[in-house]
Design a protein around this ligand. Structure first.
Ligand code: TRP
Length: 368
Protein backbone atom coordinates (compact mmCIF):
# COMPACT_ATOMS: atom_id res chain seq x y z
CA UNK A 1 0.00 0.00 0.00
CA UNK A 2 1.48 3.39 -1.01
CA UNK A 3 2.09 6.23 1.38
CA UNK A 4 -0.79 8.65 1.38
CA UNK A 5 -0.41 12.35 1.84
CA UNK A 6 -3.72 12.70 3.67
CA UNK A 7 -4.31 10.37 6.62
CA UNK A 8 -7.75 9.65 7.95
CA UNK A 9 -8.05 9.00 11.65
CA UNK A 10 -11.22 6.94 12.15
CA UNK A 11 -11.24 7.79 15.86
CA UNK A 12 -11.30 11.54 15.34
CA UNK A 13 -14.22 13.33 13.73
CA UNK A 14 -13.40 13.99 10.13
CA UNK A 15 -14.24 17.07 8.15
CA UNK A 16 -13.83 16.69 4.41
CA UNK A 17 -13.29 19.89 2.46
CA UNK A 18 -13.04 18.43 -1.01
CA UNK A 19 -14.57 15.06 -1.82
CA UNK A 20 -13.13 15.07 -5.37
CA UNK A 21 -9.64 15.39 -3.94
CA UNK A 22 -10.28 12.62 -1.40
CA UNK A 23 -11.54 10.32 -4.15
CA UNK A 24 -8.36 10.80 -6.17
CA UNK A 25 -6.17 10.35 -3.14
CA UNK A 26 -7.84 7.14 -1.96
CA UNK A 27 -8.79 5.54 -5.26
CA UNK A 28 -12.52 5.85 -4.67
CA UNK A 29 -14.59 5.65 -7.83
CA UNK A 30 -17.60 7.74 -8.74
CA UNK A 31 -20.87 5.88 -8.30
CA UNK A 32 -23.15 7.94 -10.53
CA UNK A 33 -23.16 5.59 -13.55
CA UNK A 34 -23.23 2.30 -11.68
CA UNK A 35 -26.14 3.41 -9.58
CA UNK A 36 -28.31 3.84 -12.67
CA UNK A 37 -28.28 0.05 -13.11
CA UNK A 38 -30.07 -0.50 -9.81
CA UNK A 39 -33.81 -1.24 -9.84
CA UNK A 40 -34.71 1.12 -6.98
CA UNK A 41 -33.85 4.82 -7.05
CA UNK A 42 -32.58 6.83 -4.11
CA UNK A 43 -31.93 10.56 -4.02
CA UNK A 44 -28.73 10.07 -1.98
CA UNK A 45 -27.20 8.53 -5.11
CA UNK A 46 -28.69 10.86 -7.70
CA UNK A 47 -27.55 13.91 -5.67
CA UNK A 48 -24.03 12.65 -4.98
CA UNK A 49 -24.62 12.30 -1.22
CA UNK A 50 -23.46 8.74 -1.72
CA UNK A 51 -20.54 9.91 -3.81
CA UNK A 52 -18.22 7.00 -4.31
CA UNK A 53 -17.50 3.32 -4.01
CA UNK A 54 -15.04 0.48 -4.11
CA UNK A 55 -16.09 -2.58 -6.12
CA UNK A 56 -19.79 -1.77 -5.91
CA UNK A 57 -20.14 -3.30 -9.40
CA UNK A 58 -20.21 -6.75 -7.79
CA UNK A 59 -23.18 -5.73 -5.70
CA UNK A 60 -25.08 -4.27 -8.65
CA UNK A 61 -24.49 -7.53 -10.48
CA UNK A 62 -25.69 -9.62 -7.54
CA UNK A 63 -28.85 -7.50 -7.27
CA UNK A 64 -29.65 -7.79 -10.96
CA UNK A 65 -28.90 -11.51 -11.12
CA UNK A 66 -30.76 -12.12 -7.87
CA UNK A 67 -27.72 -13.69 -6.26
CA UNK A 68 -27.14 -13.55 -2.50
CA UNK A 69 -25.19 -10.59 -1.15
CA UNK A 70 -24.64 -9.00 2.23
CA UNK A 71 -24.84 -5.50 3.65
CA UNK A 72 -22.49 -5.30 6.62
CA UNK A 73 -21.93 -2.29 8.81
CA UNK A 74 -21.26 -1.36 12.39
CA UNK A 75 -22.35 1.30 14.81
CA UNK A 76 -20.45 3.03 17.54
CA UNK A 77 -22.74 3.06 20.58
CA UNK A 78 -21.90 6.47 22.00
CA UNK A 79 -24.19 9.44 22.32
CA UNK A 80 -27.42 10.35 20.59
CA UNK A 81 -28.65 9.02 17.27
CA UNK A 82 -28.77 12.13 15.08
CA UNK A 83 -29.46 13.08 11.48
CA UNK A 84 -25.90 12.13 10.49
CA UNK A 85 -26.51 8.57 11.65
CA UNK A 86 -29.82 8.55 9.81
CA UNK A 87 -27.98 8.86 6.50
CA UNK A 88 -26.15 5.57 7.04
CA UNK A 89 -29.33 3.96 8.40
CA UNK A 90 -31.20 4.97 5.24
CA UNK A 91 -28.53 3.24 3.17
CA UNK A 92 -28.73 0.07 5.27
CA UNK A 93 -32.47 -0.04 4.72
CA UNK A 94 -32.14 0.76 1.03
CA UNK A 95 -29.69 -2.14 0.58
CA UNK A 96 -32.07 -4.39 2.49
CA UNK A 97 -34.82 -3.44 0.03
CA UNK A 98 -32.47 -4.41 -2.80
CA UNK A 99 -32.30 -7.90 -1.27
CA UNK A 100 -29.26 -7.78 1.01
CA UNK A 101 -28.94 -9.99 4.02
CA UNK A 102 -28.02 -7.48 6.74
CA UNK A 103 -25.30 -7.80 9.38
CA UNK A 104 -25.19 -4.95 11.85
CA UNK A 105 -22.37 -4.98 14.41
CA UNK A 106 -22.64 -3.07 17.65
CA UNK A 107 -19.06 -1.93 18.20
CA UNK A 108 -19.31 -2.34 21.96
CA UNK A 109 -15.77 -3.65 22.29
CA UNK A 110 -14.44 -0.68 20.32
CA UNK A 111 -16.59 1.74 22.36
CA UNK A 112 -15.28 0.37 25.64
CA UNK A 113 -11.66 0.22 24.50
CA UNK A 114 -11.39 3.53 22.67
CA UNK A 115 -14.11 5.72 24.17
CA UNK A 116 -14.28 4.51 27.75
CA UNK A 117 -17.94 3.61 27.49
CA UNK A 118 -18.89 1.00 30.11
CA UNK A 119 -20.17 -2.24 28.59
CA UNK A 120 -23.67 -1.96 30.01
CA UNK A 121 -23.99 1.63 28.82
CA UNK A 122 -22.85 0.62 25.32
CA UNK A 123 -25.56 -2.03 25.28
CA UNK A 124 -28.24 0.43 26.35
CA UNK A 125 -27.23 3.06 23.79
CA UNK A 126 -27.10 0.45 21.02
CA UNK A 127 -30.67 -0.58 21.67
CA UNK A 128 -32.36 2.63 22.71
CA UNK A 129 -30.59 4.99 20.39
CA UNK A 130 -29.64 2.87 17.40
CA UNK A 131 -31.77 -0.23 17.07
CA UNK A 132 -35.09 1.43 17.91
CA UNK A 133 -34.36 4.20 15.42
CA UNK A 134 -33.30 1.72 12.72
CA UNK A 135 -36.54 -0.19 13.14
CA UNK A 136 -38.59 3.01 13.10
CA UNK A 137 -36.82 4.03 9.89
CA UNK A 138 -37.82 0.74 8.28
CA UNK A 139 -35.25 -1.96 9.06
CA UNK A 140 -36.92 -5.36 8.94
CA UNK A 141 -35.94 -8.29 11.16
CA UNK A 142 -36.11 -10.79 8.34
CA UNK A 143 -32.57 -11.54 7.14
CA UNK A 144 -31.07 -9.12 9.69
CA UNK A 145 -28.37 -10.14 12.14
CA UNK A 146 -27.91 -7.50 14.78
CA UNK A 147 -25.04 -8.57 17.01
CA UNK A 148 -22.68 -7.26 19.65
CA UNK A 149 -18.95 -7.57 19.06
CA UNK A 150 -18.69 -8.96 22.58
CA UNK A 151 -21.14 -11.69 21.67
CA UNK A 152 -19.65 -13.03 18.43
CA UNK A 153 -19.32 -16.71 17.57
CA UNK A 154 -16.15 -18.72 18.16
CA UNK A 155 -15.26 -18.58 14.46
CA UNK A 156 -15.74 -14.80 14.38
CA UNK A 157 -13.48 -14.41 17.41
CA UNK A 158 -10.86 -16.70 15.92
CA UNK A 159 -10.93 -14.75 12.67
CA UNK A 160 -10.37 -11.50 14.58
CA UNK A 161 -7.08 -13.01 15.80
CA UNK A 162 -5.90 -14.79 12.67
CA UNK A 163 -6.19 -11.62 10.57
CA UNK A 164 -3.33 -10.13 12.60
CA UNK A 165 -0.92 -12.42 10.77
CA UNK A 166 -1.86 -10.88 7.41
CA UNK A 167 -0.63 -7.38 8.11
CA UNK A 168 2.48 -5.76 9.57
CA UNK A 169 3.03 -3.11 12.18
CA UNK A 170 4.41 -0.84 9.46
CA UNK A 171 1.31 -1.26 7.34
CA UNK A 172 -0.88 -0.42 10.33
CA UNK A 173 1.19 2.65 11.11
CA UNK A 174 1.10 3.82 7.52
CA UNK A 175 -2.70 3.52 7.44
CA UNK A 176 -3.58 4.78 10.92
CA UNK A 177 -0.67 6.87 12.14
CA UNK A 178 -0.52 6.71 15.91
CA UNK A 179 -1.74 3.45 17.36
CA UNK A 180 -2.42 2.04 20.80
CA UNK A 181 -3.01 -1.60 21.78
CA UNK A 182 -6.72 -0.81 22.18
CA UNK A 183 -6.94 0.63 18.70
CA UNK A 184 -5.18 -2.39 17.22
CA UNK A 185 -7.65 -4.76 18.89
CA UNK A 186 -10.53 -2.59 17.63
CA UNK A 187 -9.12 -2.69 14.10
CA UNK A 188 -8.85 -6.49 14.02
CA UNK A 189 -12.31 -6.81 15.50
CA UNK A 190 -13.70 -4.61 12.74
CA UNK A 191 -11.84 -6.58 10.07
CA UNK A 192 -13.55 -9.70 11.46
CA UNK A 193 -16.91 -7.87 11.42
CA UNK A 194 -16.51 -7.17 7.73
CA UNK A 195 -15.17 -10.59 6.71
CA UNK A 196 -17.16 -13.00 8.89
CA UNK A 197 -20.33 -12.97 6.75
CA UNK A 198 -18.21 -14.98 4.30
CA UNK A 199 -17.20 -17.69 6.77
CA UNK A 200 -18.40 -21.21 6.07
CA UNK A 201 -20.77 -21.03 9.04
CA UNK A 202 -22.45 -18.04 7.38
CA UNK A 203 -22.80 -19.58 3.96
CA UNK A 204 -19.32 -19.01 2.53
CA UNK A 205 -17.86 -16.43 0.15
CA UNK A 206 -20.20 -13.84 -1.35
CA UNK A 207 -20.25 -10.13 -2.19
CA UNK A 208 -20.47 -7.89 0.87
CA UNK A 209 -21.03 -4.13 0.80
CA UNK A 210 -20.18 -1.82 3.68
CA UNK A 211 -22.01 1.54 3.66
CA UNK A 212 -19.98 4.06 5.65
CA UNK A 213 -18.74 7.62 5.94
CA UNK A 214 -15.27 8.39 4.62
CA UNK A 215 -13.87 8.27 8.17
CA UNK A 216 -14.09 4.46 8.00
CA UNK A 217 -12.05 4.20 4.80
CA UNK A 218 -8.84 3.08 6.56
CA UNK A 219 -10.66 0.03 7.92
CA UNK A 220 -12.05 -0.78 4.49
CA UNK A 221 -8.62 -0.53 2.85
CA UNK A 222 -6.95 -2.70 5.45
CA UNK A 223 -9.74 -5.29 5.34
CA UNK A 224 -9.51 -5.54 1.57
CA UNK A 225 -5.76 -5.99 1.78
CA UNK A 226 -6.08 -8.68 4.43
CA UNK A 227 -8.88 -10.43 2.53
CA UNK A 228 -6.71 -10.65 -0.57
CA UNK A 229 -4.01 -12.36 1.48
CA UNK A 230 -6.45 -14.92 2.88
CA UNK A 231 -7.61 -16.10 -0.52
CA UNK A 232 -6.08 -19.54 -0.31
CA UNK A 233 -7.60 -20.37 3.06
CA UNK A 234 -10.98 -18.64 2.93
CA UNK A 235 -11.52 -17.61 -0.68
CA UNK A 236 -12.96 -14.28 0.46
CA UNK A 237 -14.51 -11.99 -2.13
CA UNK A 238 -12.95 -8.54 -1.57
CA UNK A 239 -15.53 -6.53 0.35
CA UNK A 240 -17.13 -3.58 -1.47
CA UNK A 241 -17.94 -0.21 0.08
CA UNK A 242 -20.08 2.82 -0.62
CA UNK A 243 -19.23 6.18 0.91
CA UNK A 244 -21.62 8.91 1.93
CA UNK A 245 -20.95 12.58 2.50
CA UNK A 246 -21.38 13.86 6.02
CA UNK A 247 -24.32 16.11 6.73
CA UNK A 248 -22.99 19.45 8.04
CA UNK A 249 -23.58 20.56 11.62
CA UNK A 250 -26.29 23.14 12.19
CA UNK A 251 -23.78 25.97 12.58
CA UNK A 252 -21.66 24.75 9.67
CA UNK A 253 -18.60 22.59 10.39
CA UNK A 254 -19.05 19.12 11.78
CA UNK A 255 -22.13 17.48 13.22
CA UNK A 256 -20.97 15.99 16.48
CA UNK A 257 -22.74 14.04 19.23
CA UNK A 258 -20.77 16.02 21.79
CA UNK A 259 -22.21 19.35 20.57
CA UNK A 260 -26.01 19.52 20.95
CA UNK A 261 -26.17 22.80 19.01
CA UNK A 262 -24.69 21.01 15.99
CA UNK A 263 -27.24 18.25 15.58
CA UNK A 264 -30.88 17.26 15.58
CA UNK A 265 -31.40 13.94 17.35
CA UNK A 266 -34.19 11.67 16.20
CA UNK A 267 -35.65 11.82 19.69
CA UNK A 268 -35.58 15.64 19.93
CA UNK A 269 -39.01 17.19 20.39
CA UNK A 270 -40.24 19.14 17.35
CA UNK A 271 -40.50 22.34 19.44
CA UNK A 272 -36.84 22.05 20.45
CA UNK A 273 -35.86 21.46 16.85
CA UNK A 274 -37.71 24.57 15.74
CA UNK A 275 -35.85 26.64 18.34
CA UNK A 276 -32.50 25.10 17.46
CA UNK A 277 -32.90 25.81 13.77
CA UNK A 278 -34.09 29.38 14.29
CA UNK A 279 -31.25 30.09 16.67
CA UNK A 280 -28.31 28.21 15.18
CA UNK A 281 -28.77 27.26 11.51
CA UNK A 282 -25.99 28.92 9.56
CA UNK A 283 -27.53 31.15 6.95
CA UNK A 284 -26.44 32.03 3.43
CA UNK A 285 -28.70 35.08 3.53
CA UNK A 286 -27.81 38.77 3.30
CA UNK A 287 -27.60 41.29 6.11
CA UNK A 288 -30.92 42.97 5.38
CA UNK A 289 -34.14 41.96 3.66
CA UNK A 290 -33.62 44.67 1.04
CA UNK A 291 -30.15 43.43 0.21
CA UNK A 292 -31.36 39.83 0.14
CA UNK A 293 -34.19 40.71 -2.24
CA UNK A 294 -31.79 42.63 -4.47
CA UNK A 295 -28.79 40.29 -4.54
CA UNK A 296 -30.19 36.92 -3.44
CA UNK A 297 -28.85 34.40 -0.92
CA UNK A 298 -26.25 31.66 -1.18
CA UNK A 299 -27.86 28.21 -0.89
CA UNK A 300 -24.49 26.50 -1.31
CA UNK A 301 -23.35 27.58 2.15
CA UNK A 302 -26.78 27.73 3.78
CA UNK A 303 -27.15 24.83 6.22
CA UNK A 304 -30.97 24.74 6.05
CA UNK A 305 -30.72 24.29 2.31
CA UNK A 306 -27.93 21.69 2.69
CA UNK A 307 -30.09 19.72 5.07
CA UNK A 308 -32.98 19.83 2.63
CA UNK A 309 -30.74 18.20 0.00
CA UNK A 310 -30.66 15.22 2.38
CA UNK A 311 -34.31 15.24 3.41
CA UNK A 312 -36.46 16.78 0.68
CA UNK A 313 -36.89 13.85 -1.68
CA UNK A 314 -38.77 15.75 -4.37
CA UNK A 315 -36.21 17.05 -6.90
CA UNK A 316 -38.55 19.67 -8.34
CA UNK A 317 -39.38 21.15 -4.93
CA UNK A 318 -35.71 21.25 -4.00
CA UNK A 319 -34.74 22.92 -7.25
CA UNK A 320 -37.38 25.58 -6.79
CA UNK A 321 -36.13 26.30 -3.25
CA UNK A 322 -32.58 26.59 -4.59
CA UNK A 323 -33.53 29.09 -7.29
CA UNK A 324 -35.91 31.09 -5.14
CA UNK A 325 -33.28 31.48 -2.45
CA UNK A 326 -30.60 32.38 -4.93
CA UNK A 327 -32.78 34.97 -6.63
CA UNK A 328 -33.84 36.56 -3.36
CA UNK A 329 -37.51 35.60 -3.71
CA UNK A 330 -37.20 33.33 -0.69
CA UNK A 331 -35.99 34.85 2.59
CA UNK A 332 -33.86 33.08 5.20
CA UNK A 333 -36.71 32.91 7.71
CA UNK A 334 -38.92 31.32 5.05
CA UNK A 335 -36.25 28.82 4.08
CA UNK A 336 -35.76 27.87 7.74
CA UNK A 337 -39.53 27.42 8.05
CA UNK A 338 -39.56 24.99 5.10
CA UNK A 339 -36.90 22.91 6.89
CA UNK A 340 -38.71 23.15 10.22
CA UNK A 341 -41.99 21.96 8.64
CA UNK A 342 -40.22 19.09 6.91
CA UNK A 343 -38.41 17.94 10.04
CA UNK A 344 -41.44 18.40 12.30
CA UNK A 345 -43.53 16.17 10.07
CA UNK A 346 -40.78 13.59 9.87
CA UNK A 347 -40.01 13.59 13.62
CA UNK A 348 -43.65 13.26 14.67
CA UNK A 349 -44.13 10.27 12.43
CA UNK A 350 -40.75 8.81 13.34
CA UNK A 351 -41.24 9.12 17.08
CA UNK A 352 -44.58 7.33 16.87
CA UNK A 353 -42.89 4.57 14.86
CA UNK A 354 -40.10 4.42 17.44
CA UNK A 355 -42.68 3.72 20.17
CA UNK A 356 -44.14 0.90 18.07
CA UNK A 357 -40.64 -0.46 17.45
CA UNK A 358 -40.29 -1.26 21.17
CA UNK A 359 -42.76 -4.09 20.66
CA UNK A 360 -40.67 -5.83 18.01
CA UNK A 361 -37.23 -5.41 19.59
CA UNK A 362 -37.18 -9.09 20.57
CA UNK A 363 -37.21 -10.12 16.97
CA UNK A 364 -33.84 -8.47 16.52
CA UNK A 365 -31.99 -9.32 19.71
CA UNK A 366 -33.25 -12.68 20.85
CA UNK A 367 -32.79 -14.51 17.60
CA UNK A 368 -30.82 -17.74 17.27
N1 TRP B 1 -15.64 1.72 13.74
C1 TRP B 1 -17.01 1.98 13.39
C2 TRP B 1 -17.40 3.38 13.93
O1 TRP B 1 -16.61 4.01 14.58
C3 TRP B 1 -17.97 0.95 13.90
C4 TRP B 1 -17.80 -0.41 13.24
C5 TRP B 1 -17.48 -1.57 13.88
C6 TRP B 1 -17.99 -0.74 11.87
N2 TRP B 1 -17.48 -2.61 13.01
C7 TRP B 1 -17.78 -2.15 11.77
C8 TRP B 1 -18.33 -0.01 10.72
C9 TRP B 1 -17.88 -2.79 10.55
C10 TRP B 1 -18.41 -0.67 9.51
C11 TRP B 1 -18.20 -2.06 9.43
O2 TRP B 1 -18.47 3.85 13.69
Amino acid sequence: MGTLSIKIDPWASLEVKDYGEAMKEFGIESISDLYKKLPIKHHYFSRGIVFGHKDFGRIVEAVNQRKPFVMMTGLMPSGKFHLGHKVVADMIIYLQKLGAECYVAVADIEATLTRNIPREEAKRIAIEEYLLNYIALGLKSKKTRFYFQSDGSVEYNNLSKYVSKKTTFNELKSIYGDLTPEKIVSVFTQVADILHPQLKENGGPKPVVVPVGLDQLPHISLTRDIASKMKSEYNFVLPSAIFNKMIPGLQGGKMSSSKPESYVALTDLPEEVEKKIKKYAFSGGRETVQEHRAKGGNPDVDVSYQWLTFFEEDDKKLEKIYHDYKSGALLTGELKQILIDKLTKFLKHHQAEREKAKKVLDKFILKD
